[in-house]
Design a protein around this ligand. Structure first.
Ligand code: B12
Length: 382
């Protein structure tokens, strides 16, 4: 089975009209397309960086507040300057983009503009017809970022949409003896705040370690043969930075929080000269042990929401036995103190040096996130 089409969608800077793109995203997903959604109010630089790192076939921009002729053209130009002109640009903007504007935009390299009244089917057909065929062989790029992005695509592509790898890709040295990256795995139930927490940690790394480079491998669920909304970039505002290489992956039918290709992708990132490689699972259940098979994760962090139910529930969460660090996020909630002491008691049973940290990731300069940052960066000073 061919790999799903991957496209990136976004709304330009100074534009908060996201209702159209939200509807269009859902329609794309329903038709088996993987959509990496960057969110609204996004700059040309953010859009192009994300498109390159995600190695998408095309960028779909929804634009309502004017300036579209220049904005779309700048996206096309920057893609070309970065050596990524095989990523195509299309989009729409209801009554704002006129037919004359669209002619000018096409002249500047935009592939297609959709006007008010276009049906959703017409748009999905367009994406499938134009970006659904296998890519022609691409010549080697001088950019390490582009090459890395393509290698990740190749790895993902070697796994069928089912459970078993269609063709196992050979990695020359999956676990090299010298590895510079610190690999940190984040897991926990949906809604616990993993994405926000990671973004806050990234912010601290960027501010306090001026040369450090970070890779993020972020997962969202998808079932076999279906599309997926890969929306973590829309939350990870701080992570849209030139020192961060972020890749969004759909689980493509695999249970347990990760994709069938995760291990190989992680192995590649871990040997690609990043100081930190951060991996985030999808929201997981009680039985999940996502990092068991990924022997290259150095530190595992379980992020919990204080509202997990009764104390008895804690006995059933396998990751409480395995995690190196347990974070009670949203610790401003009423139940957080009880949660802390119940989890503390639960961890005592393990008789291991596990750490328990309370955070409020959504809060600026949260001291709990600072403590977690100190812990994960203890052996990294640059
Ligand atoms: C809904 C709306 C709002 C909502 C937005 C809600 C939201 N979260 O998106 C609210 C009320 C918040 C709002 C606010 C504002 N709005 Co307003 N808004 C609209 C409105 C009525 C509809 C836009 C829409 O969502 N249409 C629904 C979509 C599905 O249909 P469509 O637009 O026809 O799009 C089709 C195609 O273009 C295509 N398409 C669109 N995008 C994409 C992307 C891709 C990838 C693809 C493939 C296709 C595609 O899909 C559709 C298929 O039929 C338009 C008027 C209009 N008729 O366009 C004004 C409009 C866009 N808004 C306008 C303005 C001025 C504003 C405000 C600045 C008002 C103010 N002074 O506060 C603010 C700015 C908000 C901000 N932060 O940016 C102006 C913009 C004028 C301009 N460009 O010069 C417009 C044109 C109204 C007007 N005539 O004055 N707005």
């Amino acid at each position: 089975m061919a790999a799903p089409i991957r496209i990136l969608t976004a709304v330009p800077i100074c534009d908060g009209h996201d209702s159209a793109i939200n509807t269009i995203n859902l329609e794309f997903i329903r038709h088996g397309i993987e959509v990496i959604y960057l969110g609204y109010h996004r700059s040309v630089g953010d859009i192009v960086r994300a498109a390159i790192q995600e190695d998408v076939r095309a960028i779909g921009i929804s634009s309502y507040n004017g300036g579209h002729i220049e904005f779309f053209a700048e996206v096309v130009d920057l893609l070309r300057k970065r050596g990524a002109s095989d990523i195509k640009v299309f989009g729409g903007g209801g009554g704002t983009i006129t037919h004359e504007d669209a002619i000018a935009m096409r002249r500047k390299g935009v592939e297609q503009i959709f006007f008010a009244g276009t049906s959703l089917t017409e748009m999905t057909d367009y994406v499938r017809d134009n970006y659904g065929k296998a890519r022609k062989k691409r010549s080697l790029s001088k950019s390490r970022e582009i090459e890395l992005a393509r290698e990740l695509t190749e790895i993902e592509g070697t796994y069928g949409k089912g459970k078993r790898p269609a063709r196992k890709r050979k990695i020359a040295n999956p676990q090299p003896p010298i590895r510079n990256s610190k690999v940190i795995g984040f897991t926990g139930p949906g809604g616990a705040g993993k994405t926000t927490l990671i973004d806050e940690l990234v912010l601290r790394i960027l501010l306090r370690q001026p040369t450090a480079r970070i890779a993020i491998l972020s997962h969202d669920p998808s079932v076999v043969g279906e599309g997926a909304l890969l929306g973590d970039r829309a939350t990870m505002i701080n992570s849209q930075n030139d020192r961060v290489f972020m890749r969004s992956m759909a689980t493509r039918g695999q249970a347990g929080g990760l994709s069938p290709a995760t291990h190989d992708c992680l192995a590649l990132l871990a040997q690609s000269n990043f100081d930190y490689v951060i991996i985030e699972t999808v929201g997981t259940g009680q039985e999940a042990m996502p990092f068991q098979k990924n022997g290259i994760v150095d530190l595992t962090v379980l992020v919990m929401n204080p509202d997990y139910g009764s104390q008895l529930q804690l006995q059933k969460i396998v990751m409480l036995d395995l995690a190196d660090v347990v974070v009670v996020n949203k610790s401003d909630l009423q139940r957080a103190r009880t949660a802390h002491s119940e989890i503390e008691q639960r961890l005592e049973q393990n008789r291991r040096a596990q750490r328990l940290i309370d955070t409020v990731a959504k809060r600026h300069r949260d001291p709990g996130v600072d403590r977690l940052f100190d812990l994960i960066s203890a052996d990294r000073t640059r």
